[in-house]
Design a protein around this ligand. Structure first.
Ligand code: ADP
Ligand code: MG
Length: 239
């Protein structure tokens, strides 16, 4: 079970920039939830507050009823995949995926079993002994996802995970990601600036503009009943 409730979540940076203003919505257990909006609208800041890399200036965030205010990122049972893959070049695929388990001091036999399970899910089984430099962009991104998945977190957070891939491959990875998410049923929060990605991938979508949530709903509901002209224009609802 992993339900995230945001109540008036706000972030003002020291220079006065209000990156997120009064965000209130619920991310349901097991859903693939998308934060979408133009560059600079506050998507990453919101995701960083959920995972705990950025402190909130106001409001509250709860995971399964427990406030996350002041809770250390490593105690949130969440795992984040960044836009830049952030995998270690000197480690093999196996070592990269196993790294969080090593930090958690899991016995090596159990760690190896978990790595194999994740590699199987992600189609990396044949690549476990390879170094990242010998992998394609998509394969590297899968290694980064494997490293997030191997801890079996309650929540996955992905910040524009496909934006470094070329267009053709992005479509393929998008479909794979959706399949994987359905199979695991892990609550997932996914950031993108790409409205097509948002509307094809998301169970529900939150549309942001200038730090403010414009609308939250299923892709179907957003198409059928956009809350305002910005939403209609952004997702391309016919006038
Ligand atoms: P997005 O991910 O949607 O592109 P961000 O969350 O990165 O947007 O940024 C939202 C706004 O907050 C932008 O105006 C950005 O310049 C600003 N911002 C982000 N990080 C900082 C920071 N550390 N200090 C000041 N302003 C920031
Ligand atoms: Mg961003």
């Amino acid at each position: 079970m992993a339900e995230i409730v945001l109540e008036g979540v706000t972030k003002a940076f020291g220079d006065g920039t209000v990156a997120v203003r009064d965000a209130s919505f619920t991310i349901h257990d097991g859903e693939l939830f998308i934060l979408v909006g133009p560059s600079g609208c506050g998507k990453s800041t919101l995701l960083n507050m959920i995972v705990g890399l950025e402190a909130m200036s106001g409001g509250d965030l709860r995971l399964d009823g427990r406030s996350l205010r002041g809770v250390d990122p490593k105690d949130r049972d969440m795992a984040m995949v960044f836009q830049s893959y952030a995998i270690y070049p000197h480690m093999s695929v196996r070592e990269n995926i196993a790294f969080p388990l090593k930090l958690a001091k899991l016995p090596s036999a159990e760690a190896e079993a978990r790595v194999r399970e994740v590699a199987d899910l992600l189609g990396l089984s044949a690549l476990l002994d390879r170094k990242p430099e010998t992998l394609s962009g998509g394969q590297r991104q899968r290694v980064a996802m494997g490293r997030a998945m191997v801890r079996r977190p309650k929540v996955f957070l992905l910040d524009e995970p496909l934006s470094n891939l070329d267009a053709q491959f992005r479509g393929q990875m998008r479909a794979e990601l959706a399949r994987l998410q359905r199979r695991l049923g892990t609550t997932t929060v996914y950031v993108t600036h790409d409205q097509t990605e948002a509307m094809t991938l998301g169970d529900r979508v939150a549309i942001l503009r200038g730090g403010e949530v414009q609308q939250v709903g299923t892709p179907r509901a957003l198409y059928a009943q956009p809350a305002n002209l910005f939403v209609a224009g952004f997702i391309g609802t016919p006038p």
